[in-house]
Design a protein around this ligand. Structure first.
Ligand code: UT7
Length: 324
């Protein structure tokens, strides 16, 4: 027998304001055609003035709790992935805890940029398997629109705001790959590549929030190579093959990266959950958003094998394999 962390509810929230690619055309030397063909992005949501990361996260969290049929105090803790917190501290997770009216448990943030949700989910799985928690809310929430350089066409057209959340619960499994829940994970970082994707400000350096800087084509090459590898590693750990995968739920950064990864895993695009066209790159929020959208459409069936994978600043990358 072994404890497994099973997803029992998903939820998401996207801010009302939808920005089409054409919005950028009169501000920058860019076109809807370039953005669509190079990234697959057609539109993205931007948070309203005064709407912070915690506000998006609370809406997503409530939706996930409703879906799971739980009250906030049924949870043992909240793990929230973000690189765009409301404040330097406290953790956004504690704001979500207060916003939900949750009076017990713990709440902390994880910072692994676009790979943040994968890191948070792997941590939740470890805590559940260790017996340290039985029910956790795992959230990815971002307001990347707040760290864009609006004069840099190579980055500001790519990102959007949003939040996604899942509730994971401890359930008894057999320890075999036929169990429901998280079956394996694989986490990696290589700080020698930190300059490729970073923010040029921070508390102890400039005292400012800074702006996102990215050498997109170099990150692209790392992504194509590392994402398929981490997915294979995690599948191997779970005792599964790429042919066992029902759904790939990738980080939604670029349609060309997603397609290349799917091809390396020999998965047809029909088995890939795609939200990049409508959401853009929402960093740590992109995977829980995609999980919630697909779950809401009833696409996942009990027993389906789902692989998530992401790469982002650090560089940090990883994957989680789970059975729905
Ligand atoms: O989520 C975290 C991980 N991040 C990622 O996974 C992002 C990875 N990178 C990418 O998705 C792609 O590299 C980009 C979408 C950022 C860029 O696509 P690319 O095919 O790698 O283009 P590039 O950076 O090599 O640039 C090609 C050309 C350049 O012009 P020149 O030098 O060839 O004249 C750029 O200046 O495209 C130009 N360009 C643009 N043109 C029109 C860059 N951005 C734009 C733009 N509109 N918005």
């Amino acid at each position: 027998m072994s404890r497994r962390a099973v997803i029992i509810g998903t939820g998401h929230y996207l801010p009302d304001q939808v920005i089409d690619n054409s919005w950028f055309e009169d501000k920058l030397d860019t076109t809807d055609e370039w953005i669509r063909s190079r990234t697959g992005i057609e539109r993205r949501h931007f948070a309203a003035e005064g709407q912070n990361t915690s506000d998006l996260a609370i809406r997503a969290a409530r939706a996930a709790l409703d879906k799971a049929g739980l009250q906030p105090d049924d949870l043992d803790g909240i793990i929230l992935a973000t690189s765009t917190p409301d404040f330097t501290f406290p953790a956004v997770a504690t704001m979500v805890q207060a916003g939900l009216g949750m009076t017990r448990g713990f709440a902390f943030d994880v910072q692994a940029v676009c790979a943040g949700f994968v890191f948070a989910l792997a941590n939740a799985d470890a805590m559940i398997r260790a017996g340290q928690a039985s029910r956790l809310l795992v959230i990815g929430a971002e307001t990347f629109s707040r760290i864009m350089d609006w004069t840099d066409r190579g980055t500001c057209v790519l990102f959007g705001d949003g939040a996604g959340a899942v509730v994971v619960e401890a359930q008894q499994g057999s320890g075999e790959s036929t169990d429901r829940g998280i079956l394996s994970s694989d986490l990696n970082s290589d700080g020698q590549y930190r300059e490729l994707l970073h923010v040029d400000g921070g508390v102890s350096s400039t005292g400012t929030a800074g702006h996102l800087r990215m050498q997109g084509n170099l990150v692209f090459r790392h992504a194509v190579e590392k994402l398929a590898r981490t997915a294979h590693t995690a599948l191997d750990r779970a005792g599964l093959q790429p042919g066992d995968v029902d759904w790939l739920v990738p980080h939604q950064a670029n349609m060309r990266i997603i397609a290349a990864t799917a091809q390396k895993m020999q998965l047809p695009l029909e088995k890939v959950v795609l939200t990049v066209a409508d959401h853009g790159n929402t960093s740590a929020a992109s995977i829980p958003l995609a999980l919630s959208v697909a779950d809401g459409e009833g696409r996942f069936k009990p027993g389906d094998v789902i692989v998530t994978e992401a790469i982002g600043g650090g560089l940090s990358w990883g994957s989680v394999v789970l059975r729905w």
